[in-house]
Every structure is written in structure tokens, then in C-alpha cells.
Write a protein that binds this ligand. Structure first.
Ligand SMILES: [Fe+2]
Length: 200
């Protein structure tokens, strides 16, 4: 029986856990390259656990926990994306931030970097040291029907990327200002409909 969406209690996505093999190596990457703080660490349920956050309002945003099997199969459709966790995605503020993380990933142990333009966002996909697919992205001001994915040419200037993307979006299926799309889709996201526009 389909759930009655209007009766769903409030749910806000909060954090995720990653099963790891080399917890020290993974902690170093998530702290030194991505800037997370270790908020706690310890052992429970047979696992070594490291809690990581970049927001004092969240005790942890990422949990690293031991127990990953020695071998995991690759995603059968596209090896950039994970066999179970397809992507772990971080929102950033600007193209300058995106260029910064590109440099940090390149020098800090990220692999398989793949800059992508989604129209609605500029992204860099990359693998962490254990092959989990991360995405770093910046929202644009324009909505187009997803999925939409073409290479992002970071050799262009920020202004060139913005102008090119705006024109691309305006000529792509489903185009509308992202704000208009957000207003419309908020009405489908009960119980947020009553508070659309209110942050969190
Ligand atoms: Fe994504």
C-alpha cells in the first residue's frame, strides 16, 4: 500500500557511514584534504570508528568504520560510480572553491577526477583513497531536466563557464530559473510545503 505522503513525519538527511579497510589513511584524506574535523573516535560493535564533521551543528556528517570486505565489485554500468554508494556529494560555494578542491584532490590522494557540467551545477567527481566516488559541486542559477552531463572545461575562466552554461541551459529541455523550479517542487515535498522558503 502506498504511503500517504501528507502524513510523513519530518525527515532531514543528516550523515552517512563508509565502511573502510585502512581507517588511518581514510582519516588522513578526509581531514587533511577535505578539511573535516575528528569529533570522536572509538570502538563499538566490533568496528573501529572515526566520526567526522565540518559543521558544529552535526556531531558527525561522515562516519568511517572498519569492516569493508577486501574486494568489492565495480559498478557494472560505470566504474566512476560505486557498487553500492553511487556518490557522496559535497556542496561548495563558488567555482573558485571547485578549482581549489581540484588542486587539493590532485595533490592529496584523490584519483579519477572527472569535472562535469550538469547545467544545474558544476561538479568534480573523484575517488577517495578506497575508491568511493565523491562529488564536489556548485549550484548554478538555472534548472534543466536531469540527468544532464557534459564535460566541465576548467581551463575556461569563471565568466566563460557561467556564460556558456547559461546559454546551454536556456536552450535545453526543461529550462527555468532554478528559483522557480525550487518554488514549484517545494509544494511536493511535504511537510515542507507549509514552510517553503524557510531554510532548514
Ligand atoms: Fe550528484
Amino acid at each position: 500500500m502506498a504511503a500517504k505522503t501528507t502524513s510523513a513525519p519530518n525527515l532531514m538527511f543528516s550523515h552517512m557511514g563508509i565502511s573502510v579497510t585502512d581507517i588511518e589513511k581514510m582519516e588522513t584524506f578526509y581531514t587533511h584534504v577535505l578539511g573535516f574535523a575528528v569529533t570522536d573516535r572509538g570502538e563499538a560493535a566490533g568496528m573501529q570508528i572515526v566520526f567526522l564533521s565540518r559543521d558544529p551543528m552535526d556531531h558527525h556528517q561522515i562516519v568511517l568504520a572498519t569492516g569493508r570486505p577486501a574486494q568489492l565489485p565495480a559498478n557494472t554500468a560505470n566504474p566512476q560510480f560505486g557498487p553500492s554508494i553511487n556518490q557522496i556529494s559535497f556542496k561548495m560555494g563558488s567555482l573558485a572553491d571547485l578549482r581549489d578542491i581540484h588542486e587539493r584532490l590532485t595533490t592529496g590522494g584523490g584519483t579519477d577526477l572527472f569535472p562535469a557540467n550538469h547545467g544545474i551545477a558544476w561538479s568534480i567527481y573523484a575517488h577517495d583513497p578506497e575508491g568511493n566516488n565523491l562529488e564536489f559541486f556548485v549550484d548554478t542559477d538555472w534548472y534543466v531536466t536531469q540527468p544532464f552531463l557534459i564535460p566541465l572545461e576548467l581551463s575556461k575562466t569563471d565568466a566563460e563557464i557561467a556564460a556558456l552554461t547559461k546559454e546551454l541551459c536556456e536552450n535545453s529541455a526543461g529550462y527555468e530559473p532554478y528559483g522557480d523550479w525550487r518554488d514549484r517542487v517545494a509544494k511536493r515535498m511535504t511537510p515542507f510545503a507549509a514552510t517553503a522558503g524557510v531554510a532548514h
